[in-house]
Design a protein around this ligand. Sequence first.
Ligand code: SF4
Ligand code: FES
Length: 234
Amino acid sequence: MDPLKTIKSEAVSADMSFLEMLDVLNEELSEKGEDPVHFDHDCREGICGMCSLHINGKPHGPQQTTTCQLHMRSFKDGDTITIEPWRAKAFPVMKDLVVDRSAFDRIIQAGGYVSVNTGGVPDANEIPIPKKIADEAFDAATCIGCGACVAACKNASAMLFTSAKISQLALLPQGQVERKERAEKMIAQMDAEGFGACTNTGACSAECPKGISLTNIARMNREYFSAVVSSNNV
Ligand code: SF4
Ligand code: FES
């Protein structure tokens, strides 16, 4: 892999977003006939999870937000900013700052879905759900799959991501059909992808731009153990 390279720009303003700063940098590189820096992005609104950069040693940089929501005013004029791709075996670097996060997609494919009967669309309020449960499921569902939790973890564990995806379905009536096997299948896929184990340091939740709580990991463990115990009893 190429070593770190220092690139200077005089055209950065405090009001630019971090990605706009990279756009400016790339325009300058292109004008000089040099290869632009490859980086991932899509929505630039903090919802797609594509903009995944390690900035000055922290996933998404100094604020607990997504890289696209970070602004250059978070840095001092003249600062040298170190930008790296996510570092995890399960997220291979494709080019410059772009990593392959399809391991997350395969974890979702393993069990992050619900079965529904075909037919007419049911009324939205047909199944009443207590507010507390709905709120917990919604909080888990705000995970955008950015991978900062993996990048922050010394073990490159994907437990926070996987537990959020399991929780958002396990909490709701619609998620009960596959409940028994969901945790087993998704955790098996997580392990197969090469993510590390959880040693409860909490770095994942501290760096998560959506504030996904560690309680989801506890819930995932309960889901897993109850699935294993009940499979052994049938
Ligand atoms: S749990 Fe947080 S850090 Fe991890 S993928 Fe989801 S939003 Fe990103
Ligand atoms: S580009 Fe979509 S979350 Fe940052």
